[in-house]
Design a protein around this ligand. Structure first.
Ligand SMILES: [Zn+2]
Length: 349
């Protein structure tokens, strides 16, 4: 059977055969050269079945712009640059116009407009946008520096908008900051972090993902499930998932910064009192959990960790970990290197 279900037909004036008829709207993955480099992207075009020559295809002006945008975004993703859509959402999170954001950052007035529509930003510009993305305080710094580019009333208006973002975002930002600061010594990929740097979006997504399927998820068990996920990912792919660094603790592997980790604003953690009056941290799925940061491979690893340990009590998973060579061959307080973590006991029965 032909895979023709995705084809849309549109009644229009066709520039190929000069008649008004149904033309097909088609999509394909194609490549183009940007800055001397081949990039692959999705292209949309119209197809006229009436044409008898080779020229069956055409694009409207808006389609051409959209295709160009897709190509440039593919280049950006490949180079770790913000996409045009991400730039729009940073700007909108501050409620600023294109011109105002450009002025705030001390750039030419048309710069943001160009980055949202066509030009690819230089790395220095990308870095500045990322600085304000998660940090309204940084935006306030820019306002101090570039405030003279605005009228007094405009400056007040922008200041108010930044403060609004700071209020709504402040708590989340501060909890992330304090967690990140514990990883200041682990900013480059190494055997300690499984050759990935700290990714808080993934950590939050993973924890909620576990909690969706594991009802008795308390802190001790969670810490072990995080370690096993990173260890299994490292064993399979040579890289961990989270960028967490784990130390040898009496109860097994324990991430550096675990107190701040449990305080992350996007986690749904409740203190509960156990039968012997201990305070226990019970983890529930997050409201509005966003799992988009997890790849299919990540989810495959998590699903296996869940199915292995789902029914384990905290004590059982701790005892299970105590038999790992990663635990046996490290001493209390030492970092558990991933070169040892990958030696975990066989995971698949
Ligand atoms: Zn036609």
């Amino acid at each position: 059977m032909m895979a023709s279900t995705q084809i849309r037909k549109i009644h229009m004036d066709c520039p190929i055969c000069d008649r008004t008829h149904e033309v097909e709207e088609r999509k394909r993955i194609t490549s183009t050269t940007i800055k001397g480099e081949e990039v692959f992207y999705e292209e949309r075009f119209y197809f006229c079945a009436n044409a008898d020559e080779d020229e069956h295809e055409f694009e409207t002006g808006s389609m051409m712009n959209e295709n160009l945008l897709n190509a440039r975004n593919a280049y950006r993703v490949k180079h770790g640059l913000l996409t045009s859509g991400e730039i729009v959402s940073i700007r909108e999170s501050y409620g600023l116009s294109q011109v105002d954001l450009a002025r705030l950052l001390g750039w030419g007035e048309a710069t943001i407009s160009r980055y949202e529509s066509k030009a690819i930003q230089d790395e220095a510009y990308d870095t500045m946008l990322r600085l304000i993305k998660d940090n309204p305080l940084q935006a306030l710094e820019f306002l101090k520096k570039n405030g003279d580019k605005f009228s007094e009333s405009k400056r007040q208006e922008i200041r108010t908008k930044i403060i609004e973002k700071l209020d709504s975002y402040g708590k989340e930002y501060l909890t992330r900051q304090s967690f990140e600061s514990e990883y200041a010594n682990f900013e480059s990929p190494s055997d300690s972090n499984g050759y990935v740097t700290l990714n808080i979006d993934k950590i939050e997504a993973m924890i909620s993902y576990f909690a969706e399927q594991v009802s008795n998820l308390f802190k001790v068990k969670l810490m072990k499930m995080l370690w096993y996920s990173d260890a299994l990912s490292f064993q399979r792919n040579g890289v961990a998932i989270t960028g967490l660094v784990y130390r040898h603790d009496q109860m097994g592997a324990l991430p550096v910064g675990h107190y701040s980790l449990m305080n992350l604003e996007n986690l749904n953690v409740r203190e509960e009192i156990s039968y012997n009056y201990d305070t226990m941290l019970h983890i529930y799925p997050s409201e509005n959990a966003d799992y988009s940061s997890l790849t299919d491979e990540d989810k495959y690893v998590l699903d296996n960790v869940i199915s292995k340990f789902k029914t384990f009590k905290a004590k059982e998973i701790v005892e299970y970990m105590h038999e790992e060579s990663a635990y046996i061959q490290t001493r209390p307080g030492e970092i558990i290197p991933f070169s040892l973590a990958k030696e975990i006991k066989p995971f698949f029965s």
